[in-house]
Design a protein around this ligand. Structure first.
Ligand code: CTP
Length: 408
């Protein structure tokens, strides 16, 4: 049921702040979002904040002549592929269950001919109340999809079930049906891409050559294969691939933190050019040259090895893939990195001839006891080849379906 356009109704709950992140995630997946902000919703977030993220008008008034001329409420209720009510307060749920239509949001919900999904958010006692239970049962019977609230601390200080589902999970649910047939549907991939920059002073940094093109192409290919992709991106200027969640991390330390915050995952692909050293002291002001012969000595400390930290982690993903960019002895160095960093595969490439920033790449996939070489291919084709091997890996791990054929 993947929507290309969505009418988002934001009703009155403290969880309304989550709908801002939700809009951002939907926009990252190229979904166009139109919003109705109820009077209650507008007590928590402003139309300006919503419109800044959607890039479109935020509707709220049923009897606004100008809105009605631009887009009538009936048209509004049917113009999108789907209506999502997030957060759905106990009040809007009760009104929906009764078919009440006293404002723009409930009128749109009653007039629509499109699928409706709701993400309830309320105090746990309100969620457990028999009236809410009845209303939810009614909405289910009416064909409305309920994204169940989760358990946790409430804004009111109490604990229980009633927290709105996290925006990332909401998006996952919206896209789940669409991806079900794809080979990596339901899998979470963490991909690192691009170089980290380790500051020396406010204007200088240490970094590796890297464009991020290969890492971004892998993230795009994983998303196209149905995976949920968290792309932890260093200093690159490339457009964000469609369907991935982008997390920017400019230094090795912030990339390390971001990767760990994304666990658990089914796979990790470490394509970033993480700087190996950082300055032991970052000068607070620009370091000045004193004459043409001025020398500078920097003390450098090793950075944390992100790939090794994941390869040897207690929440280790089922498949851990690293890269080895070498100028000599590719096989020997790749084998060493595979072993010491706890990786399943190392993707080796010879960087003696400059591949940085280029659009093509020549790789070898080193696994335990085997090496598979590929000819020089575009970075997109390299990514597709890697992702097809990843899909084969998960296919081989999946429990075998029982044969229905009878033995002769
Ligand atoms: N890597 C990492 N964290 C680091 C350094 C490297 O996660 N601090 C990862 C890279 O993303 C890549 C793999 O480790 O997947 C190998 O990186 P590479 O730079 O080729 O190797 P190094 O371990 O840095 O060793 P050397 O520089 O000596 O070749």
């Amino acid at each position: 049921m993947q929507p290309r356009s969505l009418l988002l109704i934001i009703s009155g709950s403290i969880a309304a702040y989550k709908s801002l992140e939700l809009i951002r995630l939907l926009r990252a997946r190229s979904v166009s979002v139109t919003t109705i902000l109820t009077r209650g919703g507008a007590e928590f977030i402003t139309p300006l904040a919503v419109s800044s993220l959607t890039g479109t008008k935020t509707y709220s008034d049923l009897f606004s002549l100008t809105d009605e001329v631009e887009m009538g409420h009936i048209e509004l209720s049917r113009s999108a592929d789907m209506i999502l009510v997030a957060p759905a307060s106990a009040n809007i749920i009760a009104q929906m269950a009764q078919g009440a239509c006293g404002d723009l949001a409930t009128t749109a919900l009653l007039a629509t001919n499109k699928p409706v999904v709701i993400a309830p958010a309320m105090n746990h006692k309100m969620w457990e109340h028999p009236a809410t239970k009845r209303n939810i049962a009614q909405l289910r019977a009416d064909g409305i999809t309920i994204l169940e609230p989760t358990e946790g601390d409430m804004a009111c200080g109490e604990f229980g079930i009633g927290r709105m589902m996290e925006p990332e999970e909401v998006v996952e649910h919206l896209f789940a049906g669409q991806h079900a047939h794809l080979p990596l549907a339901g899998k979470h991939a963490i991909v690192t891409s691009g170089p980290t920059h380790e500051p020396v002073d406010p204007v200088r940094y240490l970094g590796n050559k890297s464009s991020g093109k290969q890492g971004h192409a892998i993230a795009a290919a994983l998303a196209a294969a149905g995976a949920r992709v968290s792309l932890i991106c260093g200093n690159v200027t490339l457009p964000t691939p469609e369907g991935v969640t982008l997390i920017r991390a400019t230094t090795s330390e912030s990339m390390y933190e971001a990767v760990h915050a994304c666990l658990p995952a089914d796979m990790f692909v470490g394509a970033a050019a993480v700087a190996d050293w950082r300055a032991s002291h970052i000068a607070p002001h620009k370091i000045k040259k004193h004459g043409a012969r001025s020398k500078l000595t920097l003390e450098l400390l090793p950075t944390k090895d992100i790939l090794a930290s994941i390869g040897l982690h207690k929440q280790r993903p089922a498949l851990v893939i690293g890269f080895a960019a070498e100028t000599e002895n590719l096989e020997k160095h790749a084998a060493h990195k595979r072993e010491t960093k706890g990786a399943d595969w190392i993707i080796g490439n010879n960087v003696a001839d400059d591949v940085f920033g280029a659009d093509s790449n020549e790789i070898i996939i080193f696994r335990e006891g085997s090496a598979e070489s590929f000819p020089r291919l575009s970075k997109t084709a390299v990514a597709e080849a890697i992702v097809s091997r990843i899909a084969e890996f998960f296919e081989s791990q999946a429990p075998k379906k029982k044969s229905t054929r009878k033995k002769a």
